[in-house]
Design a protein around this ligand. Structure first.
Ligand code: ZN
Length: 240
């Protein structure tokens, strides 16, 4: 069984379409999303529709809940706040219902998913280093867990001390638990503008981290067209 792991889509339909095509060509059996379907980008409604159609497991990101008033707007920086107000104005009642009812954590036998951390998921804490990853392992029950929020592809290995890595292939036939961030579909911040995602391959016991090029020019143009801050368009081609 192969599971596509995506997240931090942020209303970027061009990037989401490219990633779904890449997952189709790898013949994944199902797709899970670490949240932040909306926010920043200019196609939130279309991204919600496509995610609802194609993605089996979705958890709530801070932007998903920010757009429906479940996370206060003063949590966000000025550009994110402006984009969330605009996003809120695009949503239908059904979109709002769907975003509001996303769970914070999903757990099954094979893997767990949370947007920021399995530990106090409602606080949306950033996991950028081993010290920040350590509390997560106290809450992680499955061998593999996925998170997003930082927009950086990265892996943490449980142990004393917790170890950090950015390797492209992670073997899962070793002892210990693994916490992995697939990177961001719609707004990568690791200086690589290509859309990021991962594939959990249960038969081959490994996670593959991948990137796919997409039409950044169109995605950026839509942000400008919508009257959103120009910085949100410019950062797409910088991978920041
Ligand atoms: Zn995000």
């Amino acid at each position: 069984m192969k599971i596509g792991i995506i997240g931090d889509i942020h209303g970027n339909l061009c990037a989401l379409t490219a990633v779904l095509e890449a997952l189709d060509s790898r013949k994944v059996d199902e797709i899970a999303c670490v949240g932040d379907v909306v926010g920043y980008g200019a196609r939130p409604v279309e991204c919600i529709a496509l995610v609802r159609e194609r993605v089996k497991v979705v958890v709530a990101g801070n932007h998903d809940w920010g757009a429906v008033g479940k996370v206060a707007l003063d949590y966000f920086n000025a550009a994110a706040r402006q984009a969330l107000r605009w996003t809120a104005g695009q949503l239908s009642d059904d979109d709002r219902w769907w975003l509001s009812n996303l769970p914070l954590v999903h757990t099954c036998d094979e893997y767990e998913v949370a947007h920021a951390s399995l530990y106090r998921p409602e606080e949306f804490k950033y996991i950028l280093n081993p010290e920040e990853a350590a509390p997560n392992f106290s809450a992680q029950t499955a061998k593999v867990a996925f998170f997003g929020h930082t927009h950086w592809p990265s892996i943490f290995f449980d142990g004393e001390p917790v170890r950090h890595s950015i390797q492209k292939v992670v073997p899962l036939d070793l002892p210990g638990r693994v916490l992995a961030n697939p990177g961001s579909v719609g707004q990568p911040r690791d200086s690589n503008p290509a859309a990021g995602f991962a594939v959990l391959d249960l038969a081959r016991k490994r996670i593959n981290f991948m990137r796919v090029e997409y039409d950044i020019k169109t995605a950026a143009g839509r942000i400008i067209e919508a009257g959103l801050p120009a910085f949100l368009a410019e950062r797409l081609s910088l991978g920041y």
